[in-house]
Design a protein around this ligand. Structure first.
Ligand code: SF4
Length: 661
């Protein structure tokens, strides 16, 4: 790999660039460490009163497009006296060189040492990023354990979905923020600013106490965990009188007031998404019982069609992107999605801008939307997610899709010109049997047969994609056992045989799957308690890095670390993963309030076991999940009567100088 063209960069205060630059010719994809993207911000270090380093704990190609980090980066940098820079996980080749040459974890914006910042915020989408957090802390020269840090170290704050149970990383982070970050980062900034202006009274402990008193920042060191003789948690209680018993999630209610990103980052190196993404609503009340994102982001809050239109126009003008993603957990559910799609498609017809939305809802309406969005001739792929192969298992998971609906929808796609669709399922779901999974093969065969019949063509395909089920905190499945990897792997083998049992149909069906081992470890981390911190550390010390990447993940390393660490606590890997919890067990995250009522979650778990479906409260009466009273709000959906304003389409987008596509 050749070195990037390294134009001389201004020497920022405390920049590690002069020491980093000579190492870059020796590593893969050096461009990812260079910074200077369109949208990047470098501010005067000395003029800032509060300085944030923001991390997505994965490689640049995954981390740069992360919406959460981009939004916080922009929100913080809009404050005149605040500076925010980004840092990503460095690949092992650069890590080795950094250790050999004494180069610390650095930001890509001004290549400053992460240790010099006031706050080090890390956003986790998945628990498999935990070992990368340890690498970054250690490379930064910050003590691994929060208890060993001094006033000279930044406060490490975890956020993102995995922060809804930060107990496995409680030893390593100073604080965790649950929920939406836009307002939370401003509140934390104000507290840090005041504390510094007062001369840092009481040191680090006082700062953490001030954060904890907000009742929306969790500071693990202020809570003790007691265990029962059988290993279960007896209780989690504050160890000082002035912190709350429960910590509550933050919810940004008015998305129109927070139209970010306004200036999206345009990557210099290849990344997983290169598009302008607009979140059209947050939250979901469909009630899929496996879906942590749907549960913890309630209530539903829609962004208005007017704001979406303005954001698209401004985002494209700024970035030069050619693709717009209309994102949310279930985009077709926006109350004005039809007007939004047809309006935008009309505005951008004849330009080189393509529009897409993640198509997960299984109905003909989605095809209409996809048709609208492909007016300019570009067809994006269609993905449908029935999630479960049999009608019975779909009732268990509350995914209300009938096989007839699915076949009708996919056939409509084929007859409208799509030649390829993707069907997404999960394996290892609660109560699942081999037969439930084998139904996926039958369904895929029926799809191909019906598609061939309707189109009169053999030139149609579908891809069956299978992910492993992982029970997550704050969902009705938080009590569920995880299936053993060998059972999953055997089911997938049987499924593959069943798909190929009919050679003519099997040839038209692609099959992609993940084996069961990473899911089991993700399950260990997602429902773990503080004792799992020692397992994470053991794995990391034995070389664990980039556990979300199959080529870096080692199941054996995790099994060995669990066997090494957990017996001292009287528990083991099975105890955390394949064991079913009962109603009265204290769960490690019970003191962290996602707004969902635990009794409702338990009832929904019982409903799942009885194969009883729950409706969506957007269209049926409230079923008392607890979120709206807890947040003192209600779901916010349209139609609002607001309109898409006339936009000035950016025809034949000109790329800003210096950007690559
Ligand atoms: S409290 Fe009621 S209306 Fe609000 S999200 Fe829960 S079920 Fe829906």
């Amino acid at each position: 790999m050749s070195a990037p063209s390294t134009t001389p960069r201004p020497a920022a205060a405390n920049s590690v660039w002069p020491r980093l630059e000579p190492l870059l010719p020796q590593v893969t994809k050096p461009i990812q460490y260079v910074g200077g993207e369109l949208g990047a911000v470098v501010k005067d270090w000395d003029a800032a009163t509060v300085r944030w380093a923001l991390m997505y704990p994965d490689a640049y190609e995954v981390g740069l497009p992360n919406q959460g980090v981009q939004i916080l980066y922009e929100v913080l940098n809009e404050l005149p006296d605040v500076l925010a820079e980004r840092t990503y996980a460095v690949w092992p080749d650069l890590e080795r060189l950094m250790r050999a040459h004494g180069v610390p974890q650095f930001t890509v914006d001004a290549h400053r040492s992460v240790r010099d910042f006031d706050v080090f915020g890390v956003s986790f989408s998945t628990e498999l990023g935990y070992t990368n957090l340890l690498t970054a802390i250690d490379l930064a020269g910050i003590p691994l354990l929060a208890a060993d840090r001094t006033d000279a170290d930044p406060v490490i704050v975890a956020g993102g979905h995995a922060a809804f149970n930060p107990e496995p990383i409680a030893d390593f982070v100073d604080a965790a923020v649950l929920g939406d970050g836009e307002e939370a980062v401003l509140e934390i900034t104000a507290i840090v600013r005041d504390w510094k202006a007062e001369g840092c009274p009481g040191g680090r402990d006082e700062l953490l106490l001030r954060l904890a008193r907000t009742e929306s920042v969790y500071v693990p060191r202020f809570y003790d965990v007691d265990y029962l003789p059988d290993g279960r948690i007896q209780r989690v209680v504050p160890n000082r009188p002035d912190v709350p018993f429960r910590v509550h999630k933050r919810t940004t209610m008015d998305l129109d007031a927070w139209p970010y990103p306004k200036k999206p980052l345009v990557p210099l190196a290849e990344t997983v998404h290169e598009r302008y993404a607009v979140e059209i609503f947050r939250g979901c009340t469909r009630g899929c019982r496996f879906c942590q994102a749907g549960m913890i982001t309630r209530p539903v809050r829609e962004r208005s069609i007017t704001t979406v239109g303005q954001m698209v126009q401004q985002g494209l003008e700024f970035s030069g992107f050619h693709e717009v993603g209309l994102l949310s957990l279930s985009s077709a559910d926006h109350s004005e999605i039809g007007d939004m799609c047809s309006g935008l498609a009309q505005q951008y017809e004849g330009t080189n801008v393509s529009l897409s939305l993640p198509s997960t809802r299984v109905d003909a309406f989605n095809i209409d939307l996809a048709q609208e969005l492909s007016r300019n001739g570009r067809r994006t792929g269609l993905t449908f997610a029935p999630e479960g192969g049999s009608e019975r298992i779909r009732k268990v998971i509350n995914k209300m899709v009938s096989e007839e609906d699915l076949i009708r929808t996919v056939v409509t796609a084929y007859t409208n010109g799509w030649r390829q669709v993707k069907l997404y399922f999960m394996c290892g779901l609660p109560t699942e049997t081999d037969e439930d999974v084998l139904q996926i093969a039958r369904m895929a065969h029926e799809v191909i047969k019906a598609g061939r019949e309707a189109t009169g063509s053999k030139d149609i395909r579908c891809t069956v994609s299978i992910g492993g089920f992982v029970p997550k905190p704050h969902t009705p499945f938080q009590w569920s056992p995880i299936e053993r990897p060998e059972v999953i792997d055997n089911r997938l083998k049987l499924l593959k045989q069943a798909i190929n049992a009919d050679r003519s149909l099997g040839r038209a069906i692609g099959f992609r799957y993940h084996d069961g081992e990473p899911s089991l470890i993700e399950g260990l981390l997602s429902r773990g308690d503080r004792r799992i911190g020692a397992v994470i550390r053991e794995v990391w010390e034995n070389g664990g890095r980039f556990d979300g990447w199959s080529e870096h993940f080692s199941y054996q390393r995790w099994v060995d670390a669990a066997a090494e660490v957990l017996p001292a606590f009287g528990v083991d890997l099975d105890w955390y993963t394949t064991r079913e919890r009962d109603e009265l067990e204290v769960l490690p995250w019970d003191h962290l309030d996602s707004g969902l009522d635990k009794d409702w979650l338990w009832q929904d778990w019982q409903d799942a076991l009885s194969e009883y479906e729950q409706d969506d409260c957007r269209w049926t009466p409230c079923f008392d999940c607890g979120v709206c009273p807890a947040m003192d709000t209600e779901i916010q959906i349209g139609p609002t009567g607001r309109k898409l304003l006339p936009l000035t389409p950016v025809n034949g987008l000109k790329l800003p100088a210096g950007t690559q596509h």
